[in-house]
Design a protein around this ligand. Structure first.
Ligand SMILES: NC(=O)C1=CN([C@@H]2O[C@H](COP(=O)(O)OP(=O)(O)OC[C@H]3O[C@@H](n4cnc5c(N)ncnc54)[C@H](O)[C@@H]3O)[C@@H](O)[C@H]2O)C=CC1
Ligand SMILES: O=C(O)C(=O)COP(=O)(O)O
Length: 616
């Protein structure tokens, strides 16, 4: 019999820094055996030209964020027992309120006073919780894997980031599945209870052997694959079913991936390791039990809801299922008189899969780091309801993130009536990169943020950008134009086109009749490079005045002296014209917002045909 190889890594887990720095997050699903990897949250690089605001994906303008920025501590509620090391990290950064065993009402009553909430599987974070938080709750940290106890849609709608700790308890859960598998097959729990009750029942507790039998691992993810490795070491023949698992990963472990029916009908043992989702809810039911090998033994360390528990009781009663070992239940804790829990062929534990000293320390650190990072506005690598953007992508796209938001803000302010945009927003990226090497999700989110925030009270971040745009009927289309050039630079330009809108500044219309603005990053600084069909060149910092004028000597001086006279500092000025002494566009960057009369004085200069003041 093959022996289980010794662990190649000891806990606490490896961190990303010990991997090749170019390792992408997706490649981390192919981990070496026994490696347990905790990903630190992604720290965004600080660039001198970037305002902090532009890099923060959480609503920086909210009062508590202002408090964080001003050095005041945010408040974190820890609603379930968390390892000391994690609590210590949290306390360095936040006021930590360990409020265990809150009723749903008590949680709702407290939640509007906190910025983050940390839970395990025992707390239901419902829509009521998000509504009661009145927008203050910015992060929910799930100190573990399964996020089926968090209403993700409600979180996303309220712009609240949900992060989990997906790796630190993998080994613990896999070990518990093996513990249940072996304990069940040798009747350990029942024999123990019998002996303690003064009996000596050697004939009653004859078990079944594992060696040479077939185990079907249902869900070949992190836990499932670790279970498979260990089971092979026990001499089991292991097959797996997982519609999304790469064949290579299964092959690397020496496991055959099978269709669902084939896996369950050939197995002597079935171990469940898929998440609870609408698709997996009661996946094991009357119909599926009818297809299993008679006398199969089932282990569930995933989620109780994956099994129709009443159907399982019937299958146990009629011998279809010989034994079950369950760590998880549809309702936790299950009712005292649960027939399933009380069944003599069932071994139970009270959701202990993740409960080892080592896993709990690891999970606590992993979630504390993710929550702290998220509260600082960093994009957590373990975000559940936001796209995971690898750190190297974030770092190179950061000036373009600012550019995308500012172009969005400019574009929407060019629409007359201040009513926003009803039609399609087209974002055109010009790049020499292969589309697969240019992740624009972040840029799209920032364009939406730029477009929506100036005309609403909604805070937009990467979590809720797509949701908000959908809600507002904003249709965003993205187009990429390939430009021959160096793929070293991720993007040459970003253009925003707004079709079917009236412009407050007619010169912003392109020949096609769309409002069009274009920007580029030059020397790391986002700049406005085109308005309508005229080229300009002004840094996208502070605010911008755009004037269309008849090109003639002295215009720059006249506008400059009006602004100077009113103590408005000009940061940049650029003039673009089609031909000398014809129409020209002057773009003026100003640090302060000029007063109304100052703008009026500019508008009254006879050569100025139209002008607009745009806040960035
Ligand atoms: N009892 C406990 O204390 C613990 C329970 N868990 C639970 O174990 C489960 C697995 O956790 P991980 O392996 O970390 O997650 P994972 O995300 O790494 O793996 C889940 C796998 O299930 C697969 N899957 C999804 N739908 C499926 C379907 N319909 N049929 C078959 N496979 C499907 C996915 O493709 C994925 O490969 C989760 O539900 C988690 O909550 C995890 C840790 C501790
Ligand atoms: O991580 C998971 O999915 C678990 O089920 C562990 O749950 P727990 O944190 O122990 O309540």
């Amino acid at each position: 019999m093959a022996l289980l190889p010794p662990p190649t890594h000891s806990l606490p887990p490896l961190t990303l820094t010990s991997l090749n720095p170019t390792t992408s997050l997706s490649s981390l699903s192919f981990l070496p055996p026994f490696a347990s990897i905790s990903l630190p949250s992604v720290r965004l690089p600080s660039h001198h030209h970037l305002s902090n605001r532009s890099l923060r994906f959480l609503p920086s303008a909210s009062s508590s964020f202002a408090a964080v920025a001003a050095g005041a501590k945010p408040t974190v509620i820890v609603a379930e027992k968390l390892g000391e090391a994690g609590l210590a990290l949290l306390r360095e950064f936040a006021n930590v309120d360990c409020a265990y065993d809150l009723s749903p009402e008590e949680l709702c009553a407290k939640i509007s006073l906190c910025d983050a909430l940390i839970v395990r599987s025992g707390t239901k974070v419902t829509r009521d919780v998000f509504e009661a938080s009145k927008g203050r709750l910015k992060v929910v940290g799930r100190a573990g894997v399964g996020i089926d106890n968090v209403d993700l849609l409600a979180a996303t709608e309220s712009g609240c980031l949900v992060v989990n700790a997906p790796t630190a308890n993998t080994i613990a859960a896999a070990e518990h599945a093996i513990a249940l598998l072996t304990a069940m097959s040798r009747n350990v729990a029942a024999a123990d209870a019998s002996l303690k009750a003064g009996k000596w029942q050697r004939n009653k507790y004859v078990g079944v052997s594992l060696v040479g039998k077939t185990l079907a691992v249902m869900g070949f993810g992190k836990v499932g694959s670790e279970v498979a490795r260990r089971a092979k070491g026990l001499g089991l023949h292991v097959v797996a079913h997982d519609p999304y698992a790469p064949v290579d990963r299964a092959r690397a472990v020496g496991v055959e991936l099978l269709p669902f029916d084939d896996a369950i009908s050939t197995a002597d043992f079935i171990s469940l390791h898929m998440p609870l989702t609408p698709t997996t809810n009661k996946l094991f039911n009357e119909e599926t039990f009818a297809k299993v090998k008679k006398g199969v033994r089932i282990v569930n360390v995933a989620r109780g809801g994956v099994i129709d528990e009443e159907a399982l009781v019937r299958a146990l009663d009629d011998g279809t299922v010989a034994q079950a070992a369950l760590d998880v239940f549809t309702e936790e804790p299950p009712p005292r008189d649960s027939r399933l829990v009380q069944h003599e062929n069932v071994t139970v534990t009270p959701h202990l899969g993740a409960s080892t000293m080592e896993a709990q320390e690891g999970v606590a650190i992993e979630i504390a780091q993710a929550v702290i990072g998220a509260l600082k506005g960093e994009l957590a690598a373990t975000a559940v309801n936001a796209p995971m953007v690898p750190s190297e992508v974030l770092s190179e796209l950061s000036p373009y993130v600012t550019l995308a938001e500012k172009l969005g803000r400019l574009a929407v302010q060019l629409v007359s009536g201040g009513s926003g945009i009803k039609g399609v927003v087209k974002v055109v990226y010009t790049s020499s990169r292969d589309p697969d090497d240019l992740d624009t999700r972040l840029l799209r989110a920032m364009v939406i943020k730029g477009i929506v925030e100036p005309i609403s009270s909604v805070f937009v971040n990467i979590v809720n950008a797509d949701y908000v745009s959908k809600q507002r009927g904003l249709r965003l289309s993205e187009e990429r134009i390939f430009l021959d050039g160096s793929p070293e630079i991720p993007l040459h330009s970003i253009q925003i086109h707004l079709a079917n809108v009236e412009a407050r500044f007619a010169s912003a219309l392109s020949d096609a009749g769309d409002i069009r603005v274009e920007g580029r990053v030059k020397d790391g600084i986002p700049r406005l490079t085109m308005v309508g069909s005229l080229s300009v060149d002004v840094s996208l910092e502070g605010n911008v005045i755009l004037c269309r004028q008849v090109d003639q000597p002295g215009m720059i001086g006249r506008v400059g002296s009006i602004l100077g006279g009113k103590n408005v500092n000009v940061s940049f000025m650029s003039v673009a014209r089609n031909a000398p002494r014809k129409q020209a566009i002057m773009a003026i960057g100003v640090d302060e917002e000029p007063e109304k009369e100052t703008l009026q004085m500019i508008g009254e200069i006879p050569a100025i045909e139209e002008f607009v003041f745009l806040k960035l």
